[in-house]
Design a protein around this ligand. Sequence first.
Ligand code: ADP
Ligand code: MG
Length: 385
Amino acid sequence: MKRKAHGIERRHATTSRLAGHAGWRERGLGSAAGYLLLVLLAAGTGCQAPDSIREYRFQGSSMGTTFEVKVVASLLAEQRQEAVREAIQAQLQDVDGKMSTYRKASEISRLNRSRETTPQPLSRETFTVLAEAQRISRVTGGAFDITVGPLVNAWGFGPAPQPASSPTAAEIEKLKLRSGWAKMELYPRDSTILKQEPALYLDLSAIAKGYAVDRISEVLVEMNITRHMVELGGEVRTSGRNAGGNLWRIAIEKPVSGDRAFQRILPLENLAVATSGDYRNFREAEDGHLSHTIDPRTGRPVRHELASVSVVATSCMRADGYATALMVLGEDEGYRLAAEQDLAVLFLVRTRQGSFRERETPAFQRLFGAKPTGTGPDTERESGS
Ligand code: ADP
Ligand code: MG
């Protein structure tokens, strides 16, 4: 596999029709790259769209990554297109402005700076994301943990300047002491948070992109645009059908850093898919290839043969969070948990030959059908890379 030495993989921002802003910078919330999930147009065999049905595309960059929204509608007047563009931008700015650790003035940054240990008020939006994060932490036994922020920073994957060297075992232990998802208490009634540990520092990068995707999709529905596809940094949500009247076709990338080839294409209707991987956002350090996913149990970047995890769910926020959690747990533990929670998940596991093995949960197979070569619910399939 080709990897950049001592560099961080970056996705070049696409030209923006929406004024992009620096946001969470490269590798901010957006983990740089996102996993190019190409959305294929309906194949020619599908039913022909009526002449007035068209697809409109809105692209740009936000939250340290790029986005693309496709809207299917009969002729949208220029004014209406402008309204859609503004609605998308407003959602992105709102999430970024509240939840980015790359913005000093964001709500989360203020909370992170505060040493207050009494309940502090949060916006409904940030509270929603924290509550979901805590739920995923509980379900995954802490594999997902937004309080790993200080460790993310120490390993060079946060807004803090990149450290000259990896943290020592003693430093890791110290940072672990000030983290832990159970040290935040959430009170839904008045939307407040209590930090039991004054130095608790929250990093929403693994879940806020998915939340932003949900928000954009919801605002489009409110605007009566029920047929659309929203993608931000590789996290996707679809609604209704594409312009050809068929299911949206979302491609899952082969988990290699150089090429951009497809591993699988998922036909989706009213579903979201989020992918976590170790092949786009990583650092080469003296102690090897460092993933940006931190195992909260060890305080270190995860290291295993799991190359990517794609989770399909109705909520993109949930899919996003679980994808990171399963990436932490690894192939076996992750599979067990995903099956037990009835999550629809595709695991791509690196083989010694340099190819990938697919592992699908039963819920995933129910959605997309078992592979023809499958031999049971826990289908494994080899694929060339
Ligand atoms: P991916 O698409 O690979 O899941 P994300 O951007 O969704 O990437 O999430 C990775 C980011 O989440 C990291 O850069 C870090 O800020 C944060 N993070 C790392 N490990 C964890 C973890 N165990 N729980 C929650 N967030 C994490
Ligand atoms: Mg994630």
